[in-house]
Design a protein around this ligand. Sequence first.
Ligand code: SAM
Ligand code: SF4
Length: 324
Amino acid sequence: MECKQNISWSYTDARSLYDLPFNDLLFRAQCVHRENFDPNHIQMSELLNIKTGGCPEDCGYCSQSVHNGSRLKATRLMKADEVIANAKQAQARGATRFCMGAAWRSLQPRDEMAIVEMIKEVKALGLETCMTLGKLSSEQALSLSQAGLDYYNHNIDTSECFYPQVTTTHTFRDRLDTLDHVRRAGMKVCCGGILGLGETVKDRIDMLLTLANLPVPPESVPINMLMPMPDSRMADVPPVDSIAFVRVVALARLMMPSSYVRLTAGRANMSNETQTLCFLAGANSIFIGDTLLTASNPDKNSDNDLMHRLGMTHDQKQTSISKV
Ligand code: SAM
Ligand code: SF4
């Protein structure tokens, strides 16, 4: 699935879509969605924390940062056989992609061989592979790509202007540099952000502009709703309005018509109706599994029940109308 290079978006154009009457915005998003995807198909991924806690970065939302008062116990990198066992269970639950995340500032040379081994063994199961390990150098991106890694996740989280309010220990530019290394190494890009950090509507639209105006937009765009982590710097930010959340999903669909838009963290706090409106707006991927790194996630039964009630399916292979 190759994301098309597209027109470059202006803030004015994006904002005029965002401000449409809700029904008009969703109608347009659903039409564009249908031009690019089967509207009743949901791609399912599962995310495993292969190294928990103790991260030296100060991302204000994150329970794994040493700067946030979380009492999370830091662990060492998980052994490959335990990762593979988790991957097999995820596959049995219907996941087609297995994502492995580490609470690191960046990939350390001492861990590179173990990570390469994990990629090869998960890929050998027939799963798509994704890693999210923090910053990468161009050499590291190449070595992960040569190991067969399909996707690399590295979220920009918000707008460039608001980013310093979220994190001070690395820059928005650092994030974009890693995305560039990933793209040049031939891997697919998974990049999105979080709503509910205290950002403005303009910040949310600017975040989508950055993504949609990349030379090649991300193949996968995770949209998170902040899961307030106790003791974290952003624990008390007022929750994002669910209609505004759906508007951002619809705008992501319109601005990146051939990307997978993934409902990521926060689904556990969303009503079924909000999730359903997000699917109508063009979201077509979710994470399954009871936890998302350290956050709760709807369990398999509630996901299956919602998919059944909506008549939505997930196949073993990702299919879409215009691309296979
Ligand atoms: N350490 C790696 C990094 O920072 O790139 C891995 C990040 S891991 C995929 C966590 C991602 O999930 C973050 O980039 C953020 O977008 C999202 N996330 C983390 N904590 C969250 C929370 N409390 N609520 C919502 N999204 C969260
Ligand atoms: Fe570290 Fe990633 Fe959490 Fe930021 S989001 S504190 S880089 S684990």
